[in-house]
Design a protein around this ligand. Structure first.
Ligand SMILES: [Zn+2]
Ligand SMILES: [Zn+2]
Length: 102
């Protein structure tokens, strides 16, 4: 189950559980769409994979026991240890390869 992390690892922007700006990789590394496009160039700096929009957990339990209030989002903020320059340098090595070919 997704943790639904609360922020962008790069710019620390808040990414509410219902944000349409949140992007995740398969390991759930979480970034805002602006950082994914302008800094990371669709290369996750932690695993090298690509990103997709994070799905939004329903607010209303249309199936019993399944909603954002039953399984709440994580409150633990995550921050990258890399500088912007390091993020861009890592992306530059991989961005030319489509995620499905990495
Ligand atoms: Zn960001
Ligand atoms: Zn990743």
């Amino acid at each position: 189950m997704l943790e639904i992390r609360p922020n962008c690892e790069c710019c620390d922007k808040d990414l509410a559980p219902d944000s349409t700006e949140a992007m995740i990789c398969t390991y759930e590394c979480t970034f805002c769409v602006t950082c994914v496009n302008e800094i990371l160039e669709n290369v996750c700096p932690n695993c090298g994979g690509g990103f997709v929009p994070r799905p939004i957990r329903p607010k209303v339990a249309r199936r019993s026991g399944l909603s954002i209030s039953h399984q709440p989002a994580s409150l633990k903020r995550v921050h990258t240890q890399c500088s912007i320059e390091e993020l861009k340098a890592f992306a530059a090595k991989t961005k030319h390869i489509e995620p499905q070919d990495r």
